[in-house]
Design a protein around this ligand. Sequence first.
Ligand code: ZN
Length: 153
Amino acid sequence: MQMSELDELYQELIMDHNRRPRNFRPIECPDREANGYNPFCGDTVTLYLKMDGADVADVAFQGSGCAISRASASMMTEAVKGKSGEEARQVFDAFHEMLTHPPDSEFEPDDALGDLEVLSGVSEFPTRIKCATLSWHALRSALDGGGETVKTE
Ligand code: ZN
């Protein structure tokens, strides 16, 4: 990757989330747990969910990976904490579409994305999309019941 591309990607907010990832901790006795592994970059993530009925009462993650994977996981926890499982899935869908929509197609960012929009530039770097979406696939797996390892392809 070129330095100028990195400049575009590694914006202030992303760097901040990478340096001080939010909700970067285990949850004791989580209701759901899912692992993710991105062999292209070596990113790993373990996602923990504490549910309150249908709502995400707490969400946290651990693991190691590149700045994009860490920042995305950190921002994901902030975006879905306190939301219902259904709302969390909608944020997943909006985020996934933001990163994977065809380059020449129109994309209207969903309001639910909030700060996550700073990661939209990642869509131009196919290998980095896997880094950014890893924790999100783990989230969806956990919402579905968890217990398995999600692998990027
Ligand atoms: Zn990565």
